[in-house]
Design a protein around this ligand. Sequence first.
Ligand code: GSH
Length: 238
Amino acid sequence: MATPDITLYTWPTPNGLKISIVLEELGLPYKVRPVNLESREQKERWFLKFNPNGRLPAITDGNTRVFESGAIMLYLTGRYDTARKISYAPEDLPGYTEQLSWLMWQMGGLGPMQGQAHHFQGFAPVRSDWGIQRYTDEAKRLYSVLEARLQEVPYLAGEKFSIADIACYCWVRVSPNIIAFNLGDWPAVQRWHDRIMEREAVKTALRVPEAPITEAQFTIIVAQKRKEMMERNNADLH
Ligand SMILES: N[C@@H](CCC(=O)N[C@@H](CS)C(=O)NCC(=O)O)C(=O)O
């Protein structure tokens, strides 16, 4: 196996957590460099060398940089998951193609749509009922797609827990807090979520890096922002 020399640039966010989980699941040594989103450190010149898109997460491995969480997960498992603990080999079909498909589905659909729902429900400078409805409904539709799949198989790529599950889990776990979803509406998703949260690697990864505030505090802040958003009267802004 290649010798890892990994630094993870991250912050306690869904996309950052994906990489901490992969690293912990694989038991790889790594350094952590927290990049403070509150002070917009991700836009600073030194960091753009690692991710020209100015977003988290990114890694370096020796002289190699990788950005985009899906690409990082594929890189780390392709290079270091030789025992195929959390990934499928390209020749292992249909697990490999299912893993790839669900990973891309998360990167292109679940993450961006849920992220927009979050924005319109709590952080947009003007209230847009259409924005709230459009992205919350689309996120719900995507959860129904997840539900249908998880009614058929225990994990997204089939029988084995894989990077496809990690990618989706990191977004699903925050949905009750950030967009007020009730996971009980999707029972197979709830059961899958509850199994994943019990994994030791997941529990450890949740402390990488140490969050500036607790999840309970974060929940209160987000709920308050959502309330303010719903009470906001756009007429006041004109
Ligand atoms: N598609 C990217 C999304 C990255 C992303 O949006 N990261 C968020 C944190 S979860 C971020 O850096 N936000 C700060 C910003 O937009 O400047 C990935 O999966 O890596």
